[in-house]
Design a protein around this ligand. Structure first.
Ligand SMILES: Nc1ncnc2c1ncn2[C@@H]1O[C@H](COP(=O)(O)OP(=O)(O)OP(=O)(O)O)[C@@H](O)[C@H]1O
Ligand SMILES: [Mg+2]
Length: 208
């Protein structure tokens, strides 16, 4: 039976892929990015390539690879494609599947379907990746509300960035969510450094 953990975030570029890579590697899991819109940052061809570079060995192909780096609903329209939620059913794998969304929880996949609605269909626990930087309390609490409104189970918040004790505690207190840990900002981002940072910031058993 496949166990699934969904990695979402408060925004684009908050560190979902880096966190998902660390989590997938730590659990010996399989990574899946169902919808990739445009190439990834830097020289990467997408988040799947990034997680491979960061030590993940099992990466499933995307259900949709879209050309334009923008919201999936728009990227799909530009490519003349309609994203069919039935093609986004969770694949069965041996062990754990780590699934990464795109952008934040209310990013549209089509005219009416939002990522948070898809998460609700999947019924899998979600990790919210949140920055520690200024603005994160508002973004995190809004994201938590949107997930709760749809009955999406929240495993907890994974912070990304330099320690901001008050912001992290405030989000977890008011949002009534678990603080899973924090991934420090790394100057050298490679598989070894990431594995060490994940081990220092998180307890793997919290995801088991
Ligand atoms: N802990 C970290 N240390 C150093 N750099 C990081 C860390 N986390 C993220 N980054 C960098 O920040 C940028 C955004 O991170 P990432 O690609 O993980 O964001 P994302 O939330 O997955 O974005 P998207 O919405 O495009 O999928 C990347 O250039 C990544 O290398
Ligand atoms: Mg990403």
């Amino acid at each position: 039976m496949t166990r699934t953990i969904v990695v979402t975030g408060t925004d684009t570029d908050v560190g979902k892929t880096v966190f998902a890579a660390a989590l997938t590697a730590a659990l010996g899991a399989t990574y899946w990015k169902p919808v990739q819109a445009g190439p990834g940052s830097g020289t990467d061809a997408g988040d799947g390539d990034t997680v491979r570079r960061l030590g993940v060995t099992r990466v499933l192909p995307e259900a949709y690879r879209l050309a334009t780096p923008c919201s999936p609903h728009r990227a799909a329209a530009i490519d003349g494609v309609t994203i069919d939620p039935d093609r986004l059913a969770l694949p069965a794998v041996a062990g754990t599947l780590v699934v990464e969304g795109a952008g934040g929880v209310l990013v549209p996949l089509s005219d009416w379907l939002l990522y948070a609605d898809l998460f609700a269909r999947w019924r899998a626990p979600v990790v919210l990746v949140a920055r520690t930087a200024l603005g994160t309390i508002n973004h995190s609490l809004l994201s938590i509300e949107a997930l709760r409104t749809r009955g999406v189970p929240i495993l907890g918040v994974a912070f990304s960035g330099d320690a901001q004790e008050d912001s992290e505690a405030t989000i977890c207190r008011i949002g009534a969510v678990r603080r899973l840990g924090r991934l420090a900002r790394l100057t050298t981002l490679d598989a070894d450094a990431l594995a060490r940072a994940f081990a220092a910031g998180f307890a793997t058993e919290d995801f088991a």
